[in-house]
Write a protein that binds this ligand. Structure first.
Ligand SMILES: CC(C)(COP(=O)(O)OP(=O)(O)OC[C@H]1O[C@@H](n2cnc3c(N)ncnc32)[C@H](O)[C@@H]1OP(=O)(O)O)[C@@H](O)C(=O)NCCC(=O)NCCSC(=O)C[C@H](O)C(=O)O
Ligand SMILES: [Mg+2]
Length: 273
């Protein structure tokens, strides 16, 4: 199965935008009760999320809710209100896996967005409640006064490794805050994809098609993957286990598995499956 490619935040105090978010083409919509909502409107935002989730029409997009920090009474009350209604619960600022003990198995999407969270990435990812982890790079870069992409890549890799080692889906990229800079967003997505990140969280619907295009395998990559898959299938029909491509390169099991993933992703993003 292809993991979600696009995730779109919508503030919980903007209920008139929930349906637009769901219709945006995002695979997952995240109703935010945390940092996008000022404290004075947080009760209202929670009530909006509950009302929407109770009445929501069937949609292609899954709907998650980002609750407030579970280390606070507000965060625990958010979880109580939306935990069973949402398709997943995004948990901000997770630093200690014990905070996940009250969440049902396979429902939690913790955000690692502090130095302490990054240092405990493997333990957080291994908790049975966790369905996927993500990074909160706005918080991380603020805490660490980090402005350098190469430095941030070290932190991203911690999450990539933790997710893979725990058998979780690959880590989606954090938000790209300039909603008008589509070229910058696309370049950043391609760089993230090359280091094992997959998919991205958006803050504006116009970012969704840019992210989808950036994560679609390029034509050359796709042609190469198809060549590998077809060669492997021909060999299988001929009763052969080992395959060599016309250029002499040997195709082994992981190469074939990766080629199949590339073909499946391209077909998925082209809307063929
Ligand atoms: C960034 C925004 C505040 C921009 O809002 P605005 O200036 O009003 O946008 P536009 O005028 O361009 O809107 C055009 C139309 O698009 C709809 N729209 C805009 N954004 C959304 C959205 N997110 N979901 C659904 N629909 C949206 C508008 O309604 C307009 O529609 P129409 O009137 O029909 O033309 C705004 O985009 C926004 O609030 N984005 C989400 C911000 C958010 O949730 N932030 C929290 C997540 S960020 C994060 O997690 C950081 C992390 O924690 C970390 O530490 O890294
Ligand atoms: Mg954050």
């Amino acid at each position: 199965m292809i993991p979600p490619v696009t995730w779109l935040y919508v503030p919980g105090d903007r209920p008139e935008r929930f349906a637009k978010a769901v219709a945006s083409g995002a695979d997952v919509v995240i109703i935010d009760l945390e940092d996008a909502v000022v404290p004075a409107r947080k009760d209202e935002a929670r009530a909006n999320a509950v009302a929407y989730l109770r009445e929501r029409p069937a949609s292609a997009a899954a709907v998650h809710v980002r609750v407030n920090d579970l280390a606070t009474a507000r965060g625990r009350a958010d979880l109580e209100a939306v935990g069973d209604l949402a398709d997943g619960v995004r948990l901000p600022k997770v630093e200690d896996p014990a905070v996940l003990d009250g969440v049902a198995d396979g429902r939690a999407y913790p955000l690692l967005e502090s130095a302490a969270g990054i240092l405990r990435a493997a333990a957080v990812a291994a908790h049975p409640a966790v369905a996927g982890i993500a990074l909160g790079e706005q918080d991380l870069s603020a805490e660490l006064s980090m402005t350098d992409e190469a430095a941030m890549n070290h932190l991203r890799l911690q999450a990539v490794l933790a997710a893979a080692a725990a058998g979780l889906p690959p880590v989606p990229m954090s938000v790209y805050p300039d909603v008008r800079d589509e070229e910058g967003l696309a370049a950043s997505c391609r760089a993230g994809r090359a280091m094992g990140l997959f998919g991205r969280t958006a803050i504006h619907p116009r970012q969704i098609p840019v992210i989808r295009r950036a994560f679609r395998p390029g034509e050359e990559e796709l042609a190469r993957a198809l060549e590998i898959v077809e060669a492997a299938e021909r060999a299988e029909r001929a009763g052969l286990g080992a395959v060599a491509l016309p250029d002499g390169r040997f195709v082994d099991v992981p190469v074939l598995a990766r080629a199949r993933r590339t073909v499946a992703l391209a077909r998925h993003l082209d809307g063929e499956v």
